[in-house]
Ligand binder design. Sequence first.
Ligand SMILES: Nc1ncnc2c1ncn2[C@@H]1O[C@H](COP(=O)(O)OP(=O)(O)OP(=O)(O)O)[C@@H](O)[C@H]1O
Ligand SMILES: [Mg+2]
Length: 327
Amino acid sequence: MIQVSHLTKMYGSRPAIDDLSFEIQKGEIVGFLGPNGAGKTTTMKILTCFMPATSGTAVLEGFDVFENPIEVKRKIGYLPEIPPVYSEMRVKDYIEYAALLHEVPKSKLKQAVNSAIEKVSIGDVQNRLIGNLSKGYRQRVGLAQALVHNPEILILDEPTIGLDPKQIIEIRELIKTLGGTHTIILSSHILPEVTATCQRIIVINKGRIVGEDTLEGLSARMKKGLLYSMIVKNPSQDGLAALKQLPGIKTVSHTGSKIVIELQHGTQDMRDKIVETAVKKGMGVLEFSSEKISLEEVFLQLTTEESTIGNGSAKTSIPNLDVAAHL
Ligand SMILES: Nc1ncnc2c1ncn2[C@@H]1O[C@H](COP(=O)(O)OP(=O)(O)OP(=O)(O)O)[C@@H](O)[C@H]1O
Ligand SMILES: [Mg+2]
């Protein structure tokens, strides 16, 4: 479990993170999502005891990062933004070295190393010098060193950056299988990345949390907020009334030739029925569209203009989302 309370990090007079508070339960996979410079790496460096915070607390598995850094480091595996690999070492030797540093007992060393190598599919390069590996392979080696001691908490800073599409899918699957038994926090500035792997998303911008929700929460909001918009030739009271009568329709409103239809929560696709009814009633459908806010739009809304989220000081729930396309 990770408990972060009022965490702030100042660089000179500028806050890199500003009063962050959140909790991550045991076994949860949480995505830390934010644009470049949002403060993701800074937060992770504090959680992994690489850097002290200016104020606030962070407690991992009951140990405070400031008071018990050695205990905290025993509990975590960390993949930093730039993988901490030694270019003059061979892959397998390096993983073994990382395992020893993480206090894997000698009797279990071989098995731990082989298992980590297998998990991130680097068996074919295990005897090569790290310096000669491609970027993606170095990233995998970085992941292997984070996993080798089977830590309770995994902190992964942009874990799939630089990987090819096949590896991205494999690493995402790996992360998902590690959830449940491991608590995982991963950062990304790419939406599909977090929606594909995480159960919960914390959106961060300019050092502050600007949105937080579970994937189920996001999906529910999306369904709840589904709107259809239709432009017709001849809007009529009779036609509008007929649309209102259809099952699953919450509201029907119109301005001139534009009709907006809001569906009740949980209603299935109604496009056929709506268009059929409008045509039958002689309204003549010219245009029809589903108005859903995409996750990208929400992300941009949360992280670009402060005016859309208040002054950034309040935690804002993420509005209607179309996550299905990203799952
Ligand atoms: N050593 C430093 N000295 C001064 N400012 C820093 C330092 N490290 C980070 N910052 C600033 O802190 C802010 C947060 O940076 P951070 O690296 O945490 O962002 P990030 O969310 O990880 O971004 P990215 O997606 O680009 O990795 C940025 O404004 C950055 O310029
Ligand atoms: Mg970063």
